[in-house]
Design a protein. Sequence first.
Length: 109
Amino acid sequence: MRKSEKKVAAEEERIVRPAEATIFTGTTNGMRTKMEAAGTFPKRITLNLEGGRACGYLLSELRAWLDAIKAKSRSEDAPDRSRLAGPGRGHKGPKKPRGRPKNVDKEAR
């Protein structure tokens, strides 16, 4: 095995801590926990067997999960989300002023 192949193999099997997993996958800790419980996300690995809280994910498993998500989103079975991309979707309009209006004459009150 060449030096560059060893480096790639080592990169595939490194452990990714939760903060980096958030950046890498675009998911929050809470989302990952729910998906792990549902079996739709790779299980985390405990890094301290004596009861510590340190944990992480295998990079190769995260990459495989992302590849599956990409394939699913680009397949013909994926829901059409183009209707959600229009301007103003979810926009409620300009904010209404709160409290007493400014520059109001005392006589008008």
